[in-house]
Design a protein around this ligand. Structure first.
Ligand code: SAM
Ligand code: SF4
Length: 436
């Protein structure tokens, strides 16, 4: 049976899509390898959200050209496959096929074209990606990967924020039937998942035969054995009090909300076509803070969007300095060809975008560290990720607020999915403690 090398770039949506592709290949009997020079089929699941993400993919494609065996096939999947459909063959002629995010139903047919038999019964052994086989029985991160599962509830996006490539690469919004979502969650729980993340570009736009996102949350949170539930990403325009009320009711929801603000200036929000004002955003989070006081609010911010003036930027900086967010992903604006913002005037020079990004990041780091310090002296229930990548003598995991925690590894104990850790120190990147 052919062996597959699969590498994923970009967001959690891509990780979920890669799992889906891997599952399709596994059901036909394919195996997986982490050695691209040994694989019969190489797949890159790609990202096009910013220029840097694209450059990473093209650089990897360059490396694979030298590594790939002559008879092997190379598939580029994901957003860059869709975005660069017309130019990929010229830029990377060694690519054998492209599959955009809307084409994944054609994956098995493509494998059949490449000689994979499609008439065999599915394998009896469970699907194992190569990392899970690295060190069977050992305490490696792969032994913990199944504890977290990503479950898509929508596909696509039709918000068309003026900077964003996603609606062009992933197509219009589609809500997945609740029964399908429940079945997948139940399957993941049977495989050992403790935390389920419901995924969508804008989960608040979920709507299936009258069932909205608040209703879906209430429904799936009742699934037996579901210990931790969370979701990504919310759009401030569609996020409402009903969702906050649902969150306040649910016993197994994790205390965190990712609600990307993008910037603090109404002029820039309008140019981004974000469909809310900063006052509306603040009103929504005031209700959220009132009902869910110890939750972590995280956000995305774009610095140096076209037309952003110094005073627009200072509004964003002020928002961050006032401690509005516990954590922020801060990006420099990256023009994406074909989106309205790519040709808006005036563009902010790249050095200025980076200066603003650094100022916002520095202010946010201060706030994040203070938030982390508030946990010193408490005991946190940590979902284990495995030995720390930086120091294998320590274990790492995440709290319900999604804060990284590390603690000394105890050699003799059985691996546990959840560990109670007494928090002793706080840093900007996370917390340090010991087993309570
Ligand atoms: N759908 C989500 C939302 O609306 O918040 C997230 C989509 S995107 C994968 C994640 C983040 O990337 C966005 O929130 C935005 O901050 C950032 N982003 C998207 N396009 C960008 C661009 N052209 N330049 C810089 N950052 C961008
Ligand atoms: Fe992109 Fe806006 Fe859709 Fe998010 S909501 S994926 S930023 S278009």
């Amino acid at each position: 049976m052919p062996s597959i090398y699969l590498q994923t770039f970009g967001c959690q949506m891509n990780v979920a899509d890669s799992n889906g592709l891997a599952h399709q290949a596994w059901s036909l009997g394919c195996t997986f390898t982490d050695a691209p020079d040994e694989a019969d089929i190489l797949i890159l699941n790609t990202c096009a959200i910013r220029e840097k993400a694209e450059m990473r993919v093209y650089s990897r494609l360059g490396q694979l050209k030298a590594i790939k065996r002559a008879q092997s096939k190379l598939l580029v999947a994901g957003c860059l496959a869709e975005k660069d459909r017309a130019v990929m063959r010229k830029k990377a002629p060694h690519v054998d096929a492209l599959l955009g995010p809307r084409d994944y139903r054609q994956f098995k047919a493509l494998l059949a074209d490449w000689g994979v038999p499609t008439d065999l019964p599915p394998p009896e052994t469970p699907m194992r990606l190569p990392s899970a086989e690295d060190a069977p029985g050992e305490d490696s991160p792969a032994q913990y990967a199944h504890l977290r599962a990503l479950v898509s509830i929508t596909r696509g996006c039709e918000k068309f924020c003026t900077y964003c490539i996603v609606p062009y690469t992933r197509g219009p919004l589609e809500s997945i039937p609740p029964e399908e979502i429940e079945t997948q969650i139940q399957r993941e729980i049977r495989c050992g998942a403790k935390e389920i993340t419901l995924l969508g570009q804008n989960v608040n736009s979920y709507l299936y035969e009258g069932l909205d996102f608040a209703g879906l949350l209430r429904r799936v949170s009742r699934i037996e054995g579901l210990e931790r539930l969370t979701f990504l990403t919310s759009h401030p325009h569609d996020f409402n009090r009903d969702v906050v009320d649902a969150l306040a009711e649910l016993p197994n929801i994790e205390p965190r909300l990712h609600l990307p603000v993008q910037c603090g200036s109404n002029d820039v929000l309008a140019a981004m076509a974000r469909l809310y004002t900063i006052e509306q955003y603040l009103e929504k989070i005031a209700y959220f803070r009132e009902r869910l006081p110890r939750w972590a609010l995280t956000t995305d911010i774009i610095c140096g969007f076209p037309t952003e003036t110094e005073s627009d930027f200072l509004e964003t900086l002020g928002l961050v300095e006032r401690g509005t967010f516990e954590y922020a992903f801060v990006f420099a604006f990256s023009p994406r060809a074909g989106t309205p913002a790519a040709t808006m005037e005036p563009q902010v020079p790249q050095e200025e975008r980076l200066r603003r990004l650094q100022a916002v990041s520095a202010a946010q780091n201060e706030r994040t560290r203070r938030f982390h310090e508030s946990f010193i002296g408490e005991t946190a229930s940590v979902l284990v990720s495995g030995p720390s990548k930086k120091d294998p003598a320590r274990m790492a995991g995440k709290t319900g607020h999604n804060i990284t925690v590390i603690w000394p590894r105890e050699a003799s104990t059985e691996p546990k999915p959840v560990v109670e850790v007494a928090i002793e120190q706080a840093q900007t990147w996370g917390l340090v403690g010991r087993v309570a």
